[in-house]
Design a protein around this ligand. Structure first.
Ligand SMILES: [Zn+2]
Ligand SMILES: [Zn+2]
Length: 128
């Protein structure tokens, strides 16, 4: 599994994926539960989102949880959003891909590109 963050290739090992779930409070119903929020128990950013150190970078815990659960990559402009509006939640059933890419395409079409990507919009490439 490989994560690249704005061009840098980072390797996310199975051990690091395991560590992700060590810090997620999975409910008593177990990993198949779709209903309860599983809150991130580690460090949080100012806006309440979970943060996890991976190799030499820092990722949003819920974004990583989404990527690991779905085994896919995220592109700039894609956002992982919560159906439960609970920022520290890493319950993958509560996470879905946002549609900011549509807004971005619209901005490019109108000649208003956003310039440099904020650090929070990182590329994640996931491989098994
Ligand atoms: Zn539950
Ligand atoms: Zn939730």
């Amino acid at each position: 599994m490989v994560v690249t963050k704005t061009g840098r290739v980072l390797t996310l090992s199975a051990q690091q994926c395991g560590r992700l779930y060590d810090r997620i409070a999975v409910c008593a119903h177990g990993i198949t539960c779709e209903f309860c929020c599983w809150e991130w128990q580690g460090a949080r950013s100012d806006n309440g989102y979970g943060r996890i150190r991976i190799s030499h970078g820092v990722a949003s815990a819920h974004v990583l949880a989404y990527a690991v659960a779905h085994g896919r990559m995220l592109f700039p402009g894609e956002q992982v959003l919560h159906t439960c509006d609970n920022p520290p939640c890493c319950q993958f059933h509560h996470l879905f891909m946002g549609t900011q890419r549509d807004n971005m395409a619209d901005m490019w079409a109108k000649g208003r590109h956003p310039g440099a990507w904020p650090a929070s919009r990182r590329l994640l490439f996931m491989h098994h």
